[in-house]
Ligand binder design. Structure first.
Ligand code: COA
Length: 333
């Protein structure tokens, strides 16, 4: 932990999930699968799907929920960071579309692409902007319309993902015992061939051929990703705890990326944390990529389970590979 004078603390929360539910029974009708297989292999029961609109809608509604709950004007926002791998368009950034939708007329912003670690990386970035002393109100949003890049004929992948958006507000605090305390973050591009979308970028621009070859959907070698995700998330969380002299009992909650309940359980076990201290909403929403961690924070806080002073570890693993863990002390009453 380096010396710091200002801490970045979470002071606001918001989220949005679409109404439309795809339960496991829905997938039994469209691919060769079963409710039993999906629940036992992944922990997922249902996910939300956005029928009309794009990621900016998920992100903007989450931001509006935050502003309404906090009774705050959008004019006050200095920066908007949107973590997403499903931007409405390559450009302009989804952050610009959110700015217009919510009327944040004094903000600048940008998108950040780190797949399932997107929120964690955006959170670190937002905290650094606040800790620099230059920005006072930074909104960090994780939002993904995963249904726009899922192949609903591929049973290996289509059952895993859902759509959601969630937002947090970061502000400075002179009480440095609260807020972000430490992070360990990593990327390793050697993972690029086991989880990616082959087409649409400058490598394989969209053509009739890329469409015929089904290159505009998620490609994943699930087994390969599973192995490295378990090790990556568990090791880095353990290292972060050790670095900060924390043991399982000190931690109020592990807030893991929600990709697979078995990955979550393995991480918690390695950290010596009981299941009742692990935030979980994968059963309701599936893997919503950048929205998993902030949506857990919103729901557990609103349920009265997350209290001021709680020590929590956020942990994620995703395409890239990207992975990491952050240690923060909860600051909201
Ligand atoms: N329904 C029924 N059977 C399915 C299925 C489905 N929806 N999806 C795959 N299967 C089959 C496979 O075809 C395979 O059959 P085979 O043995 O005849 O080839 C069998 O189930 C077992 O597949 P396997 O890959 O061993 O299952 P798994 O236990 O590894 O679970 C995942 C598959 C995708 C759930 C798991 O690997 C996973 O979660 N991976 C990581 C995903 C992830 O985290 N991605 C986001 C980035 S972090």
């Amino acid at each position: 932990m380096e010396d710091k004078k200002i801490s970045a603390v979470v002071t606001g929360l918001g989220m949005y999930v679409p109404d439309r539910i795809y339960d496991n029974a829905y997938f039994e009708k469209i691919v060769d699968t079963s409710d039993e297989w999906i629940r036992s292999r992944t922990g997922i029961r249902e996910r939300r799907i956005l029928e009309n609109g794009a990621t900016s809608l998920l992100a903007s509604k989450a931001a509006e929920d935050l502003l309404k709950t906090k009774n705050m004007s959008a004019d006050e926002i200095d920066v908007i960071i949107v973590a997403t791998v499903t931007p409405d368009m390559f450009f302009p950034a989804t952050a610009c579309l959110v700015q217009e939708n919510i009327g944040a007329k004094n903000a600048w912003g940008f998108d950040l692409s780190a797949a399932c670690s997107g929120f964690l990386f955006a959170f670190q970035t937002g905290c650094s902007l606040v800790e620099s002393g230059r920005y006072k109100k930074v909104m960090v949003i994780g939002a993904d319309k995963m249904s726009s890049i899922v192949d609903y004929k591929d049973r290996n992948n289509c059952i895993l993902f859902g759509d959601a958006g969630a937002a947090i507000l970061l502000e400075p605090s002179e009480d440095i015992k609260y807020g972000l305390q430490d992070s360990l973050l990593r990327v390793d591009g050697s993972g690029k061939d086991v989880l990616y979308m082959k087409g649409g970028g400058s490598l394989n621009p969209p053509t009739h051929e890329t469409i015929d070859q089904n290159m505009h959907v998620i490609y994943q070698d699930g087994k390969a990703v599973f192995k490295v995700a378990v090790k990556g998330m568990a090791d880095i969380s353990y290292d972060l705890m050790k670095k900060n002299n924390l043991n399982g009992e000190d931690i109020a909650y592990l807030v893991p990326h929600q990709a697979n309940l078995r990955i979550i359980d393995a991480t918690a076990e390695r950290m010596g944390i009981n299941r009742d201290k692990v935030m979980i909403n994968i059963d309701k929403y599936g893997n919503t990529t950048a929205a998993t961690i902030p949506s857990c924070l919103v729901e557990y806080y609103r349920d009265g389970k997350l209290k001021k002073g709680d020590k929590i570890i956020l942990a994620a693993f995703g395409a890239g590979f990207t992975w990491g863990a952050s240690y923060l002390v909860w600051s909201m009453d």
